[in-house]
Design a protein around this ligand. Structure first.
Ligand code: ZN
Length: 171
């Protein structure tokens, strides 16, 4: 029996388009592979996961996720002035450039350059989508029951429920 609605333990295939309140397109699965994820495992942002619960195949829904439930509010204390020497000397630095830093736990975080001075660089460590309400248009394309192994791993495997392409096992 295949599941009829999006619920915990169900592998969901869905198309989505993410826009900001002003209509700016951030991301879409249109023209690409639809997103596939295991529902109930926090694989997608919590507000979106809650918003698609109960949907059926073919159903379309707009899910609005407030900033606080998405990437959080912008934190003014996440603006930092760093010494220019902390950056590679030969790499051009321009306001608006974004790159990823890595914390002591190995997690990467986005860094946006705001201002470049001769001796200092002002960076913003807020996520680029912090402070933004997210407007998702979601269409469910397929639902299937997750395999026991997928439930154990907490993520989706390949076509036939085998490990497939996912090589990094965190367990
Ligand atoms: Zn796995």
């Amino acid at each position: 029996m295949e599941p009829e609605i999006v619920a915990d333990g169900v592998v969901v295939t869905m198309d989505y388009t993410l826009r900001l309140k002003d209509g700016t397109l951030i991301e879409t699965s249109e023209g690409q592979e639809p997103l596939e994820y295991l529902h109930g495992q926090g694989q997608i942002i919590p507000g979106l996961e809650a918003g698609v619960a109960g949907m059926r195949v073919g159903e379309t829904r707009q899910v609005i996720v407030p900033a606080a439930q998405a990437y959080g509010e912008r934190q003014p204390d996440q603006i930092h002035t760093l010494s220019r020497e902390q950056f590679p000397p030969n790499e051009p630095l321009l306001p608006g450039m974004m790159f990823y830093g890595r914390d002591s736990f190995g997690n990467s975080f986005p860094v946006t350059v705001i201002e470049v001075n001769p001796d200092t660089v002002v960076v913003d460590l807020n996520h680029p989508l912090a402070g933004e309400d997210l407007y998702f248009d979601v269409t469910v394309r397929g639902l299937r029951q997750a395999t026991a192994e997928e439930l154990m791993h907490g993520h989706v495997h390949g076509q036939n429920g085998d490990e497939g392409e996912d090589e990094e096992e965190e367990e």
